[in-house]
Design a protein around this ligand. Structure first.
Ligand SMILES: *Cc1c(COP(=O)(O)O)cnc(C)c1O
Length: 348
């Protein structure tokens, strides 16, 4: 399998847009190359200049922590941008197909629909495990295979060996979405990008890092795939404000570790509190910052909580998640309110 053979023909032929900041990389005193406003901006921060198209400062700060080089790393406008780019790089509209393993993150299918790409499903088993035989049954000729680990909405992570085995047997690109990996003990698949040439691993600053509003995500893969990302992405896909904020966040990494510890503690306390309710049928094990909970009447509980001003995610209509609510771990005060509201529900 060669990555190049999987790329859309028009992308193989593409001559990428060459922005002013991409052509010039040396040191200069005066920049008169990009038609910016040289006088400044009407804000305290200097935002009159275009940002670094390749976010090198961020990549240099992060790559060592993941054991990769800056050429094995893409930074984008949320991991949703990386997902969309994968479709635009590899999938020929109306001709190609991709594989998803439902129940899983809805964005893969939406992105496929937007790009007019057929979606084939290889559902998880009843105990929410990957089903390599089901994947093999539908994977023939597919360009992308999405594996979300830890999976949204089921919360469980898959064994790296299982994922690696599936990726090795798949002739397209295996995309492992690790949006929740910071909450999991499982080793990251990023460790395998050198060994598995058709592997792309997605990460995000939106969850553990507490920066969902910033819109920054990452993709890790071999140099060849990352070069494709870089040639298809919009030239200035991550704003200057976002890049600076990420650098500040990296400098405050300890804070993120504290968040993760607090969220894991709270996850355990909510699970323990939920167990005491008669209407709770099952709390699924979670490697993420949420709990999938099977209840007797998901719609009724969902609506009761809404009336109390508490929004959870109703997954009742999702296959294999019937009667389930997905509850994000909140702060101790928020979780106490949730449990109190559920206590009132129990009374009626
Ligand atoms: C939340 C989430 C993301 C994050 O997407 P961003 O665009 O980076 O905010 C990615 N994948 C999954 C499975 C998620 O649940």
């Amino acid at each position: 399998m060669s990555v190049r053979d999987l790329v859309r023909e028009n992308i193989r032929r593409l001559r990428p847009y060459s922005s002013a900041r991409k052509e010039f990389t040396g040191v200069a005193r005066i920049f008169l190359d990009a038609n910016e406003n040289s006088f400044g901006s009407p804000l305290p921060q200097a935002l009159n200049r275009y940002p670094d198209p390749f976010q090198l400062e961020i990549k240099r700060a992060i790559a060592p922590a993941f054991g990769v080089s800056v050429d094995q790393m893409f930074v984008g406008n949320g991991s949703d941008e990386a997902i969309d780019l994968l479709f635009r790089i590899f999938c020929e509209p109306r001709r190609d197909s991709v594989v998803v393993c439902p129940p899983t993150y809805g964005m893969y299918e939406v992105s496929a629909d937007i790009n007019d790409i057929a979606v084939r499903a290889a559902p998880l088993t009843d105990d929410f495990q990957l089903d390599p035989a089901a994947i093999a049954n539908v994977a023939e000729g597919a360009k992308l295979l999405f594996i979300c680990s830890p999976n949204n909405p089921t919360g469980n992570a898959f064994a790296p060996e299982t994922i690696a085995g599936i990726a090795r047997n798949f002739s397209g690109i295996t995309v492992v979405d690790e949006a929740y990996a910071d909450f999991s003990e499982q080793p990251s698949m990023i460790d395998r990008i050198g060994e598995i040439p058709n592997l792309v691993v997605l990460r995000t600053f939106s969850k553990a890092w507490g920066l969902a509003g910033l819109r920054v995500g990452m993709a890790f893969a071999n140099e060849e795939i990352i070069a494709l990302f870089n040639s298809v992405k919009p030239p200035y896909n991550v704003s200057e404000i976002a890049q600076r904020a990420i650098l500040d966040a990296i400098a405050n990494r300890d804070e993120v570790e504290n968040f993760v510890r607090a969220i894991l503690d709270e996850r355990a306390s909510i699970a323990a509190a939920l167990e005491t309710f008669g209407f709770v049928e099952r709390i699924y094990p979670s490697d993420a910052n949420f709990l999938l909970v099977r209840v007797d009447e998901a719609d009724a509980i969902y609506n009761f909580l809404l009336a109390e001003g508490i929004v959870v995610r109703n997954r009742n209509s999702v296959e294999l998640c019937e009667s389930c609510l997905r509850i994000t771990v909140g702060t101790p005060a928020q979780n106490a309110e949730l449990i109190a509201a559920l206590g009132r529900y129990q009374q009626i």
